[in-house]
Write a protein that binds this ligand. Structure first.
Ligand code: MG
Length: 380
């Protein structure tokens, strides 16, 4: 029986994780849950999964939850989140809080020696070297592309692999040019063609920033240099990534776009669970297409490679600037095509330093947010 702690249990990955647990109650037990402020959903999850410890980041929401479950330990705030991340009873932590706020709790879980199912890509984007230095237990990818690579790499020697190729759906604006992208709105960008996800990652899919962050994530997970990690647009989202070998042969992992696949694989690795995904009906799929990304129009991808090559604090700054840019875009303060422009400007003004500990990450993050606001103000 694997004992799970889930960080971000009310988000889309958290809910999909609980659905896998629901189907395999003899294999998994949920011992701790963490979420933001969704009292109703958390209450339902408590009733169904009976965790021993829960936390909500929002203090008021936690107070309301406490009133409903007087017997249960309900924590709150940043401290509560860390307690759930390090909870003694858990041996597996599913890290699914979105964005840079997922870093500190995941870092604490790694330090506590937990096996990590990693859906929060920012953990490795922001502090890859540090996390790997500290990890005593495996970090298993949950991001669908990295899970695909992880699955394809099983049983193969590192020296026989030449290249990792991440697939990208291309998002809702695939094929559009700068001129057409000038006036797209947040609402347009939130209509993702194949995946149902949170807002931040959906906008990042539209700009290709998400794919760039995934290149950085893959670099840390699998220890390949940036020049051996490529991206191909595959809008059906059936092939989740490729591994290319030195003999020119390739392996790919295919499945319908459903996060329960990679989640179940991470939870049960090296075994597989029965009946998680509806298998692909190949004759019905008919065609799978692939094309090179348009790097001229979707510049965020190039910026990610640049930040990865700059190293040190550069990816932290890139990520913070992107989080700010997505927020500003959704609020209508900047246009879609301004997103890479401001991020690049923040990156240009950054003096890279090395990351020794988590405070260096947080400092660079703060610097980038402040710089972003200065640049934004100067633009208006
Ligand atoms: Mg992904």
């Amino acid at each position: 029986m694997k004992k799970l702690s889930i960080l971000g249990s009310t988000g889309s990955i958290g809910q999909a994780t609980l659905d896998v647990v629901r189907r395999h109650p003899q294999r998994f037990r949920v011992v701790a849950l963490a979420a933001g402020s969704n009292v109703e959903l958390m209450a339902r999850q408590i009733k169904e999964f009976r965790p021993e410890l829960v936390t909500l980041s929002d203090e008021d929401a936690a107070q309301r939850l406490k009133e409903r479950f007087r017997e249960l330990t309900v924590l709150s705030g940043a401290e509560g989140l860390i307690k759930v991340a390090k909870y003694d009873e858990a041996d597996f932590v599913l890290s699914a809080i979105s964005g840079s706020s997922g870093l500190v709790p995941t870092y604490e879980a790694v330090k506590a020696g937990k096996t990590i199912g990693l859906a929060n890509k920012e953990t490795l984007v922001l502090a890859g070297e540090l996390i790997k230095r500290l990890a005593r237990a495996p970090i298993i990818p949950v991001d669908s592309e990295h899970s695909a690579l992880f699955q394809c790499l099983q049983g193969h020697r590192r020296e026989n692999i030449r290249r990792l190729i991440l697939t990208a759906s291309g998002g809702p604006f695939r094929g559009m040019k700068k001129e057409q992208l000038k006036h797209v709105t947040g609402q347009d960008a939130l209509k993702h063609p194949t995946w149902q996800m949170g807002k931040k990652i959906t906008i990042d899919s539209a700009t290709l920033m998400n794919k760039g962050l995934e290149v950085i994530e893959a670099h840390h997970l699998f220890e390949f240099p940036p020049e051996n990690i490529d991206v191909v647009i595959h809008h059906q989202s059936i092939v989740h990534s490729f591994v290319e070998f030195i003999d020119g042969s390739m392996l790919a992992q295919l499945s319908l776009p459903d996060m329960r696949g990679p989640i179940a694989y991470a939870l049960s690795y090296p075994e597989r669970l029965e009946d998680i995904l509806k298998p692909c009906n190949l004759p019905e799929l008919k065609t799978l297409s692939f094309e090179a990304p348009d790097l001229e129009t979707f510049r965020c991808l190039t910026l990610c490679y640049r930040a990865l090559k700059m190293g040190g604090t550069a990816p932290v700054v890139l990520n913070a600037a992107d989080e700010m840019a997505v927020e500003a875009f959704l609020a209508g303060h900047i246009s879609f095509i301004d997103i890479p422009v401001i991020i690049e400007e923040v990156l240009n003004q950054h003096k890279v330093s090395q990351i020794q500990d988590i405070d260096d990450v947080l400092k660079a993050d703060q610097w980038a947010r402040k710089k972003f606001n200065e640049i934004l103000e100067a633009m208006n």
